[in-house]
Every structure is written in C-alpha cells, then in structure tokens.
Design a protein around this ligand. Structure first.
Ligand code: ATP
Ligand code: MG
Length: 332
C-alpha cells in the first residue's frame, strides 16, 4: 500500500500544487488520479518516486517513509511511464527496454531475452525491436514505454497520462491491453489522466482532485457515478453519468428474442448485416450474455434496426434485444 498522509507541495514561487492530501492506494490494483489541468496530479505522482520532493506530510510504501530510502534505489523499484513515452531516441527499441536491467548488471543474454519477452507482452510486433523510436507510431512508442517501465519487474508503476497523445482508437486498444496485462502482473499502478472515461474504465479506485490539489472524492468508479459527493464531482463525472453507470450493471441474463429473419448470417451463424429493401445495412455493436447493460444498450442504439444482437463466445448470433428489454432489466 502507498499511503499519503497530509501531503502538501508548495513550489518555491508559492504555488500550492497539492494541499494536505491523504489517501491510501491499495497494492495490486489500479488507482487513478483524475481532475482538471493544474490540479496537482503530476506533482502527486512524482512525489511517490521523489522526482519531486514534498513540502510536508508523509508518503509511505508498505509502511516505510519514502524519504528514508535512497532515491536511486527507490526509483528502481518503481516503473514510470509518461506521455510520448520519453524513450531514448538514439537507442533501439530493445535497448530502450533493456536500460534498467543493464544498469542492474544483468547478463547480456538474460537482459535481451527479458526485453523481447516484455515487448511481446505489451503487444509489440518483435520485428520492430531493432528500430529507433522515431520509426514507430505514437501507440507503438507507448507500448515500448510500458515495456521499459516493467523491465526491472517493479512492484509499483506510475503512469502519467501515458495514452493521452494517441488517437481514440489506439488509445482504446492500449487501455484494453493494460487491463489484460494487469490481470497477469497485478502491479500497484497509479495512473494519472484528465479523462473521466479513462479513469472509470481503468480504475479499481478513482481519486478526483480539484485545482489546488485537494481531494474531492476517492471511491471505486461505480460509487463515484452513483454518489458524487458534491457539484464539482457531479460536473466532472458528467451529465451522462447515468449511462456511464450502466457499465457496472451486469444483469444475470437478458431475456433475448429469437434472431429475426432480416439478420443475415454467414455459414457459421456469425451476423454479417441486416437485409433491407435493396441493400444490406451494416451491423452495430454486439454484446454477450453477462456483459454490462451499457454493452447491451450500445448494441441497441447502434443497430440500424433497433435490435441489439447478442452473440456467444464464437461470435455466433444467439438472439436480439430491444430498448424495452434493456429498460426492463434496468428497473429490476
Ligand atoms: N516547478 C513548478 N513551479 C511552480 N509551480 C509549478 C511547478 N510545477 C507545477 N506547478 C504548478 O502546480 C500546479 C499543479 O501542477 P501539476 O503539473 O501537478 O498539475 P496536473 O494536474 O498534472 O496538470 P495537467 O493535467 O495539466 O498535467 C499547477 O498550478 C502548476 O502550474
Ligand atoms: Mg500533469
């Protein structure tokens, strides 16, 4: 656990970036700091690895005050990922990932093998390993940044807006991969973003900060959406928080209706489109039994026919729902 107790950061010019922040970041989970620009997210994050020193209060990791440790040793146990990845431009991808293991004096073969394994884990094509960062896309660079931060197998990962500079589709992929990776590695991840959707998607717990570095609310995402503590948090989680909250509603089983004859299936029973008068209409989103109500509602809202398609694990159509079925599930 990482614990902030009454932590304040006042910069030399008098700016109070963080004001008496107290919270407990559980081990093995993703904790997200979210809030508007300038609210002290980066400052809070960097006080953990002491790349910024706090003015007062204590930050401890598993009970040990971080100021009692040698900063260099402290940082070796803490991975750090930033926007634009911050890769060394003159080193190849694999050498970037191997940076810390090399510093730790691991033997060459082990270092390289570890680096390649990590690149594979973060979903990077190994053909790119000998390239230089400038020869990669933004999303690929972020993957390398994550691999590099994981290289020394730190217990803690600090991530400061790591996915902010990539387009929405790549961002979505990187978020999914982080969640998948985290299921294997179970690190203590502190993740900074100003995007409430990203916070809700990734966080086991979310700390909403307001300008001046004051904690507004610290709660699991479902709780944040259901019970924002004040107008600031309510405004921040948005007007559409009701819709967002459906992410956390998992009906046991929706009463699906039979697949309508207008739904065109391929030989394996996988839907390909909707038959209309002279054309085929494209599919919208599909969902599976057990998915959230948000997924089911998405399927309904994006369908050209108003029927949201339910598929099985093989993508085979098993039935459909309409808005009324989703609304009924929401009431029960
Ligand atoms: N070195 C510094 N000297 C003086 N003030 C600073 C310094 N670094 C940051 N600040 C101020 O401290 C406050 C918090 O900054 P911080 O970078 O932690 O915010 P942030 O939440 O990460 O913002 P953003 O979302 O824009 O990255 C801001 O008002 C900022 O201007
Ligand atoms: Mg910042």
């Amino acid at each position: 656990m990482i614990e902030f107790e009454d932590v304040t950061k006042r910069y030399p010019d008098g700016t109070v970036a963080v004001d008496k922040l107290s919270l407990q970041i559980p081990s093995g989970q993703i904790t997200v700091f979210v809030g508007p620009s300038g609210c002290g997210k980066t400052t809070s994050l960097r006080m953990i690895n002491r790349t910024i020193e706090r003015t007062s209060g204590t930050i401890s990791i598993d009970g040990d005050d971080v100021t009692s440790k040698d900063p260099v040793a402290l940082r070796r146990g803490i991975g750090y990922v930033i926007q634009h990845a911050g890769l060394f431009p003159h080193k190849t991808v694999v050498d970037n990932v191997a940076t810390v293991p090399k510093l730790l004096g691991w033997d060459k073969r082990k270092t390289r093998a570890t680096a390649m394994e990590l690149l594979e884990r973060v979903g990077l094509d190994l053909k790119l390993a000998e390239r230089y960062p400038a020869q990669l896309s933004g999303g690929q660079q972020q993957r390398v940044g994550v691999a590099r931060a994981l290289a020394a197998d730190p217990a803690i990962m600090l991530m400061d807006e790591p996915f902010s500079a990539v387009d929405p589709i790549v961002r979505h992929q990187l978020q999914e991969e982080l969640l998948r990776l985290q299921r294997d590695i179970g690190k203590t991840i502190v993740f900074v973003t100003h995007d409430i959707d990203e916070a809700i998607k990734l966080g086991d717990n979310v700390a909403v900060l307001r300008v001046g570095g004051k904690l507004a609310q610290f709660a699991p995402p479902a709780e944040l959406l259901a019970n924002p503590v004040d107008d600031f948090v309510r405004g921040f989680v948005g007007q559409d928080r009701g819709y967002r909250a459906l992410t956390f509603v998992h009906p046991d089983e929706l009463p699906i209706k039979p697949v309508p004859p207008d739904l065109v299936l391929d030989d394996d029973g996988v839907p390909v489109g909707w038959r209309a008068d002279h054309e085929m209409l494209p599919l919208g989103a599909v969902f599976k039994q057990g998915d959230s109500l948000r997924a089911a509602l998405d399927a309904v809202l994006t369908s050209p026919t108003g029927w949201g398609i339910c598929v099985d694990d093989n993508g085979k159509a098993v039935g459909v729902v309409d808005q009324a079925i989703v609304a009924e599930a929401l009431r029960s």
